[in-house]
Design a protein around this ligand. Structure first.
Ligand code: PDD
Length: 286
């Protein structure tokens, strides 16, 4: 069965979905995106992702191409048509096709391009990596200054991911002015005693939807949360570390730059948060 994707109102076999070479998403990375997980055929934290999509569009003055209710209907249609039990939905909105290449934005009434597709990942929440934990290495954060906008400019995160893989690690933690900002595609945390430490929200990091839920659930479970930057040295001396994202949920981190964190095994708090998070998200999935 060929994957059925969404393009500007149509559901098409993936090989029939075509966009213009002049699309601003293609020539300028003038586009925003969201990744929403699917567990048991239902959408995880859909409202949070839809709210952030709007914030990203607003920040770039890209019009919102669809009425609110249409996103949910479209996501559900893709899940049904592609028989997705566990996996992800990727949604991208570009500023559209001005018909030529030009640095100036096209007129505001240029229709946006809307693309969405599914990625099937059976057993996504039972990933063996969660039992083992990730190794990370630090790399300089050389991304642009508006990391709070979820744009498709992902070349530098890809480069950092490749640098990490070349060093035998699973991901890179990006460092700016001596402190970790976040992972290539996730938010970064360390744990000291009963305190969870993660960088505060600003333009320097993506405001993770998983981060918001995990911190809320951690506080509800009487864990201490400190929102502040931390150094790679502090991370290597921490009791535990982990990352969060829509696709990795809560993923333990067991080593940084070749040094083991804690006893080198996934930590208790990370494991507990993963359990609480997945439990709550399955209950509230729509
Ligand atoms: N990435 N920081 C960055 C730079 C990210 O790209 C992501 C998500 C996150 C976590 O955000 P959330 O919890 O809302 O997924 C933090 C997605 C999963 C991706 O690009 O595939």
């Amino acid at each position: 069965m060929s994957r059925i994707v969404y393009l500007n109102g149509d559901y098409l076999p993936e090989q029939d979905a075509r966009i213009s070479i002049f699309d601003r998403g293609f020539v300028m990375a003038d586009a925003v995106y969201e990744v929403v997980s699917v567990l048991g055929g239902k959408l995880i934290d859909f409202a949070g992702h839809q709210a952030r999509l709007k914030r990203s569009l607003d920040a770039l003055e890209i019009g919102n191409p669809l009425p609110d209710d249409d996103y949910l209907a479209m996501f559900r249609e893709l899940v049904t048509r592609n028989e997705i039990t566990d996996g992800m939905i990727y949604l991208q909105v570009t500023r559209g096709n001005p018909g030529d290449r030009d640095f100036a934005y096209p007129p505001a009434d240029t229709p946006q391009t809307v693309v969405a597709f599914t990625q099937s990942k059976p057993g996504l929440a039972d990933s063996p990596a969660a039992a083992k934990g990730w190794k990370v290495v630090t790399e300089p954060d050389e991304r642009w200054g508006r990391r709070d906008i979820k744009t498709t400019q992902l070349l530098y995160p890809s480069m950092a991911k490749m640098a990490a893989k070349a060093k035998g690690a699973d991901d890179a933690w990006l460092v700016e002015d001596g402190k970790i900002t976040e992972g290539t595609s996730n938010n970064a945390y360390i744990v000291k005693g009963n305190t969870i430490i993660t960088r505060e929200l600003s333009r320097d990091i993506l405001h993770g939807i998983t981060r918001a839920a995990v911190l809320r659930l951690a506080r509800e479970a009487q864990m201490q949360v400190e929102e502040r930057g931390f150094t790679p040295e502090e991370a290597s001396e921490a009791d535990e570390a982990f990352v969060t994202s829509a696709s990795a949920f809560v993923m333990p981190v067991v080593a940084i730059d070749g040094k083991q964190i804690g006893n080198g095994a996934p930590g208790k708090i990370a494991a507990r948060l993963r359990e609480i998070y997945l439990d709550e998200m399955r209950k509230t999935a729509i």
